[in-house]
Write a protein that binds this ligand. Structure first.
Ligand SMILES: Nc1nc2c(ncn2[C@@H]2O[C@H](COP(=O)(O)OP(=O)(O)OP(=O)(O)O)[C@@H](O)[C@H]2O)c(=O)[nH]1
Ligand SMILES: [Mg+2]
Length: 390
């Protein structure tokens, strides 16, 4: 005897994978489980590949591809809002929204094909400003809305990457500790304390944020510090938002202008005047010509709620709304592709056969999300990201 437990038999097709499934449940603990697994293997079973159960469920039509991905996202969700969004996708809400748009694309294509064959029967349909252009505009609108929801969902999945940047000693590590609510990073009055990038995941209103503390940027410093600074720039290159910290007593110095000039183009940047407690300046937010400066104190915590609000704004606000789907990059690319096909169709009302072809390609792009058109390579990529036994 190895253990006492339960054997559950799920006859096909009413199991997770759609096949006959036998589940053995023991008391747990790595040694006993290992012995149980070993005995099963001696009797002819083999270990499952990563995601193999979910892959089988997909191949047997129990789930579509977007739902299968939601299984992995649910397991890996880092906040309750992300988990809820994954559950919505798992229940098929995302897939239904995709199918709804795809159905509209098909219906419109059918009308166009009919007009090609019998132009005189449906003249109002093709007129300028007529039904065709209205329908195309409506489709473009829907895709645009879906893209926005998916972009917000993609932040919910991976977390917004927030990199703390600035000269040595301005208080980056202090701010990380303040946001994390614990003493994660070493803080000291010695400039050049932080050497290696340090990351901490926090959640604000259900939105996961990866806060990354970096080595203070300066030209001198020893070899180790310079290696750390090179890492700071690597982190900056992958940031969604850069928090540029300044010492409020000094404000923007020459070295800061140099840092500014080297930041990647188009990156979201917030200027943080830290140590406002030493200046007598109140904590607060000042917005001038679209640029936001936050005055706060990492030491006392004054102004931190304002910073959190500002980060939420950058992340796209509320995490938990109905139209936010936990999208992956491949979903975003597919929705974007469909959207540009529909726009291309709208620009060619004079060439109906081109218009119909664009709509066909738009439909194909959307269907790749739920898995109607997918290559084996893509399946391998998706399911290898799962943990074993799921
Ligand atoms: N009065 C005051 N002191 C602060 C504040 N934030 C940080 N400090 C102090 O400033 C010093 C430097 O803080 P750190 O958080 O280590 O600064 P850093 O930017 O991480 O520095 P490096 O790692 O060297 O780049 C420490 O002595 C902190 O206690 C603040 O808001 N007010
Ligand atoms: Mg530091």
């Amino acid at each position: 005897m190895i253990d006492e437990g339960i054997a559950l038999f799920f006859p096909a097709p009413r199991s997770y994978t759609g096949e006959d499934v036998l589940e053995l449940q023991g008391h747990g603990g790595p040694v006993v489980m290992q012995m149980l697994l070993q005995r099963c293997q001696e009797l002819g079973a083999r270990l499952a590949a990563p995601g193999e159960f979910t892959l089988r469920a997909y191949l047997n039509g129990k789930l579509d591809l977007a739902q299968a991905e939601a299984v992995a996202d649910l397991i890996e969700a880092s906040t309750a809002a992300a988990a809820r969004s994954a559950t919505r996708s798992l229940s098929g809400e995302f897939s239904r929204a995709i199918h709804d748009i795809a159905d509209r694309l098909v219906a419109l294509r059918v009308r166009i094909e009919a007009s090609l064959d019998f132009p005189e029967e449906d003249a109002g349909f093709l007129e300028e400003g007529g039904e065709l252009s209205c329908r195309l505009a409506e489709l473009a609108e829907r895709l645009e809305r879906m893209l926005r929801g998916a972009q917000r969902g993609s932040i919910l999945r991976t977390g917004l990457r927030v990199v703390l940047v600035g000269q040595p000693n301005v208080g980056k590590s202090s701010l990380l500790n303040r946001l994390a609510g614990e003493e994660r990073a070493i803080v000291s009055a010695v400039p050049g304390t932080t050497r290696d990038a340090l990351r901490e995941t926090i959640a604000i209103d259900g939105i996961p944020l990866q806060i990354i503390d970096t080595a203070g940027l300066r030209e001198d410093g020893d070899e180790v510090e310079q290696l750390g600074i090179a890492r700071s720039w690597q982190e900056i290159a992958q940031a969604d938002v850069v928090l540029h910290l300044l010492d409020a007593r000094q404000g923007m110095a020459e070295d800061d202008s140099m840092i500014l000039a080297k930041l990647p183009h188009g990156i979201e940047r917030l200027v943080v005047m830290n140590k406002c407690d030493l200046t007598g300046h109140d904590a607060g937010k000042i917005a001038t010509d679209g640029k936001t400066t936050l005055w706060l104190s990492a030491l006392t915590g004054a102004g931190i709620p304002l910073l959190e609000q500002e980060l939420l704004r950058v992340a796209g606000g509320q995490a938990d709304s109905e139209d936010v789907f936990l999208a992956r990059n491949r979903h975003l690319a597919a929705i974007e592709a469909a959207s540009s096909r529909v726009l291309a169709a709208a620009s060619r009302p004079d060439r109906l056969e081109l218009c119909a072809e664009e709509l066909r390609l738009a439909q194909r792009a959307l269907s790749s999300i739920t898995g109607e058109f997918t290559s084996d390579n893509l399946l391998g990529e998706i399911f290898s990201g799962f943990c074993i036994g799921k």
